[in-house]
Design a protein around this ligand. Structure first.
Ligand code: GLY
Length: 362
């Protein structure tokens, strides 16, 4: 049975369809159209692109397929330019649909190209990594990285549909699967203590990738994300910023250590631990959440500290965060399990002192 999660945005409502096996029958769920461009990466493309394109041909008059190199380095201006050129060569127009088939990199890049080509064409997200299934494919944030800052150029461009097949996670490599779990833990800490407990009690089943558990876990994450996105689609009120828990530190880690050195979820795991340590140090949250979060992240084999001390570089990179307002760095910090707030960051000395425990220096 599928789980359907509505994303009730007034201007662009859509549904997240979660079902084991849905990838094998996409054409049954997508509307007929004249032209689809299936964009994937070399790794995911090898596994699924041919079958997906064949299936889509049942309802789409012309199906083209494009592959980009696997990895975060593809979220670049150069790769976006190459895709725009390919779309021109393939006769893409406003009746075409971009189908993003892959993990977060594919979804963000293909989504950005869909948002910008011909001032915007339809987008369907088919996420194949855990991270993309629980976070990046939902909510319309698409974009590319600059050398100085992660996700610095982008758009809000909602997909027409998100189709999630938890069955594909069976073959996802261990490191990428584990990395995605960081975003799963995030939802528990920021919004839903019962979900945090659910995860704490199911570490073994999470490890064994039990399909029913995965479907339930992904559906809960999508429900929570949809709730936030509907309240604050364009991150104006500050509500959506809570989804960035750990991300100010995490994006800085990705930038400073070089894109791809840490997978996004790995950097977010360390970033969340830096955030909770800081919150505990300044008395914003009780110490027990710090220990509880660390325990769960470690149980799930996620990293919680950096091997060396690059705190000054990290602090500098954090100033490029999109939540900086009038020169003031703002951070999402936990107040208690299931509740976070966006607050003005404390003094640099306090941040540095707190970060010391999550770096090689501590
Ligand atoms: N990944 C954070 C957001 O979608 O707002």
């Amino acid at each position: 049975m599928p789980t359907l999660v509505p994303v009730e945005l007034p201007s662009n409502p859509y549904t997240i369809h979660i079902e084991v096996g849905v990838l094998e029958a996409l054409s049954q769920h997508l509307p007929a159209c004249p032209h689809a461009l299936v964009i994937s990466d070399t790794q995911v493309g090898e596994l699924y692109q041919e079958a997906v394109c064949q299936d889509l041909k049942q309802t789409v008059q012309r199906v083209d397929s494009i592959q980009i190199p696997t990895g975060e380095a593809s979220k670049s201006v150069e790769q976006a330019q190459q895709l725009w050129d390919q779309l021109v060569d393939l006769g893409t127009n406003r009746s075409s649909v971009v189908v993003a088939l892959g993990g977060g990199v594919v979804g963000d890049l293909a989504g950005f190209v869909a948002a910008t080509f011909a001032r915007g064409i339809s987008l369907i997200q088919i996420p194949t990594s855990l991270l993309a299934q629980v976070d990046s494919s939902v909510g319309g944030k698409v974009g590319i990285n600059l050398a100085e800052a992660k996700n610095m150029v982008g758009a809000f461009w909602q997909p027409d549909q998100v189709l999630i097949d938890p069955g594909v996670l069976k073959t996802l490599d261990e490191r990428n699967y584990t990395s995605g779990l960081a975003e799963v833990v995030k939802y528990g800490v920021i919004m839903d203590e019962a979900f945090l407990e659910f995860l704490e009690n199911r570490v073994a089943a999470i490890y064994s990738r039990d399909p029913d558990l995965l479907a339930e876990m992904i559906a809960r994450c999508c429900q929570l994300k949809a709730e936030v996105v509907v309240e604050d689609e364009r991150e104006i009120s500050g509500r959506r910023a809570i989804l960035n828990y750990g991300h100010t530190f995490g994006h800085a880690i990705e930038t400073v250590y070089g894109y791809g050195t840490y997978l996004h979820g790995e950097a977010i795991s360390i970033g969340m631990q830096m955030a909770v340590e800081l919150a505990a140090d300044i008395g914003f949250v009780e110490d027990d959440l710090k220990l509880r979060q660390r325990q769960l992240l470690e149980d799930l084999n996620l990293p919680v500290r950096l091997p060396d001390d690059r705190r000054p570089d990290l602090l500098e990179a954090m100033q490029n965060d999109k939540k900086v307002e009038a020169g003031q760095l703002r951070l999402v910090l936990p107040k208690r399990a299931g509740l976070v707030e966006l607050v003005a960051a404390p003094d640099e000395e306090k941040i540095l002192a707190s970060m010391a425990r999550s770096t090689g220096s501590g």
